[in-house]
Ligand binder design. Structure first.
Ligand SMILES: *Cc1c(COP(=O)(O)O)cnc(C)c1O
Length: 236
């Protein structure tokens, strides 16, 4: 005993990352764990740091703001991963280093404007609705190239790649095509526009991250299976 449940969860997840990276002929260090802390309290932050996890993600400002009151919050790189309304950009821009959920050029413009005013840089990912699910946000794959052309001209932001949320399925294997499509789309855009640092793929969550890693994920967004006690977490 004495080991936190976060330590146990992190060890289990790291073993899965290692195995998936091997299957995908990749280096496990090329996969960044973004701990999605939305279902946990601020006390989770020091426990994550103990496991060497320094990236944290939140999908709602109201939930994120209580984390920022914790003194350890400044040791994290913060990722905003939820639907973002333009009028909320003023809260997000000062605190978050990455926004994974850019779903319109207008949102990117608002983030750029805020970042310039704050004299900081924000890394952006375009959210892509690969499976074209009507209830999900994000660009259609066919609209991405044009959006990238416009967003990459903006000051204050750096467009670093793509993000997707796979459909909810019975078998993680059934999400593979979505992750593969996202990788091919990134490669195509990077090649067409000659963007060297358009290299990130944010894909994979608790239930499907091994498949996402096999298909090239550089960031996996892990919530329940990392930050919740084992009884509440589902098997990974
Ligand atoms: C909550 C959330 C996650 C994490 O999901 P888990 O299934 O708990 O790992 C990842 N990405 C986004 C956008 C989320 O909202």
């Amino acid at each position: 005993m004495g080991e936190s449940y976060i330590a146990q969860n992190a060890a289990r997840i790291r073993t899965s990352i290692q195995a998936a990276a091997e299957r995908g002929h990749r280096h496990p260090n090329d996969v960044r764990i973004v701990a999605v802390t939305k279902t946990a309290g601020p006390d989770v932050l020091p426990l994550l740091l103990e496991e060497g996890i320094q990236d944290a993600g939140e999908n709602r400002w109201q939930v994120a703001r209580e984390k920022f009151e914790h003194p350890k919050s400044t040791e994290f790189t913060w990722h905003f991963i939820g639907t973002l309304q333009t009028n909320k950009v003023k809260y997000i821009a000062p605190r978050f280093d990455w926004v994974h959920s850019v779903d319109s050029v207008e949102l990117a413009e608002a983030l750029a404007k805020a970042a310039v005013k704050l004299n900081r840089n924000i890394n952006l990912l375009l959210q892509v609705n690969v499976a074209e699910e009507p209830q999900k946000h994000g660009f259609a794959a066919a609209a991405c190239l044009d959006a990238v052309r416009r967003i990459r001209e903006l000051p204050g932001v750096t467009l670093r790649g793509l993000m997707t949320m796979a459909p909810i399925v019975q078998r993680a294997e059934d999400t593979r095509w979505v992750f593969r499509e996202l990788r091919l789309l990134r490669d195509r855009i990077r090649g067409d526009l000659d963007l060297v640092d358009f290299d990130q793929l944010s894909m994979g969550m608790s239930d499907d991250f091994p498949v996402a890693i096999e298909e090239g994920a550089t960031m996996i967004r892990i919530g329940r299976s990392l930050v919740n006690p084992p009884e509440a977490a589902e098997e990974v």
